[in-house]
Ligand binder design. Sequence first.
Ligand SMILES: [Zn+2]
Ligand SMILES: [Zn+2]
Length: 465
Amino acid sequence: MRVLLSLLSLGSVCVALDPVCVALDPTPLTEATVYLKRYGYLSSSSNAAHQGLQMEQMNEALRLFQKVTGLRVTGQLDGRTLVMMRSARCGLRDAFNTLEFRLLGHWRKKRLTYRIHNHPLPLGWARTREAVRSAFNYWSAVSQLHFREVSGGHADIQLSFHRRGQGCSVPFDGPGQVLGHAEGPESGAVHFDADEVWTEGRSYGTNLRIVAAHEIGHALGLGHSQFHSALMGPVYTGYRDGFRLHHDDIRGIQTLYGKPVERPSAAQRKPDADQSVPNPCSAVLDALMLGPHHKTSAFRGHYVWTVSDSGHDAPVQINALWKELPGNINAAVHSQRTNKSYFLKGDKVWRYSGFKLDHGYPKRLRIPADIDAAFFLSSRRALVFIKGSDYWLWDELGSGKLLLQPRPVSQLIAGLPSDPDAAVARSDGGVFVFRGEKYWSVSPALMLDKGYPRRAREPWMPCDD
Ligand SMILES: [Zn+2]
Ligand SMILES: [Zn+2]
């Protein structure tokens, strides 16, 4: 719609850059001049007294902008060029020195941590984390870089969403145009415009994975590419299925951090497998489950570990215990009533008896895909599934029927946050609910315990560091 409006408003505009024409309608020329100065195509000190020189600079700047954005190179301010200037883009300048990638500096180490401080509400925590994790994976797949998410304390790269004029030295502009910006090494600041419609895996809205990968590129030291189809090109080119880095992106990151080191078993590994072993003391959890055998299991990526009052075990691969179960699950719950374990991912559910997959599973879910958290509710002898601010209650033996109508979580437990990462039954019938670095404790009577939320790593389990 934004593009359509732009086209309509251009209908009456003369587009050639000659002085008479400009005198008739100076608005697009002013707009273009502001844009070209702002993004480094024109020096900000262009002098109005030397109009001839200025025209030449303007033509030159337009030619470069058209080349970089894949437009026909005319040096004229035509309609397509103006539409391109109104497209969604990165907030950093396009100050090119060469025709290739430009560098902003580099980190002096290759193992970096990152932390996501907040998330756009409609997208939710789980999808935000998944999008950001995928964004980092583009860069670690083609270089010697390793990335690890932490939920608290210091992180090398700090990602956050800011509304117009909030907490940012370069304020964002509300919906449209500037989507994000970032600082080069070793600052680690990566900011997103909270007013965009952030999405993941959809064709509408602004794809967080792609924009995050671009801004992370800056945080790692890459400037804007002059190849408009490169990830590091300045203008957002939209969501594409099967997106891949451009050779210019790859050469840039490998110049800074080297090519990936071949591992002996690399050929047998799935390309999308998350190889990093999570740190139980700092990992943001995918899911938590009490049972079987009254053990509490914590899930993150392709790993699971058990947690108790005395600490945690070493993480092991999930499919070493539950064969056929994929990594990166959304939720897990063990029924103390039927002794079955349920694992949810996307629109599917896997049901296990002990560590053996039940016949006919995985099955398609009858509740929405991408459930945030699940737990066994002792007082109702039922399973609770949470997504966003809704919950579904399922009585496994009550003629197998799911209550298909979602209800507000606030009616079940007043004061509980929406979009939890994980939830787990307590042995006394209460519940722990986790989101980001915090957790809440819920009594068996479904009241929030006082003194919560607390930081997840502190009293939840002993950690040395
Ligand atoms: Zn950029
Ligand atoms: Zn900022």
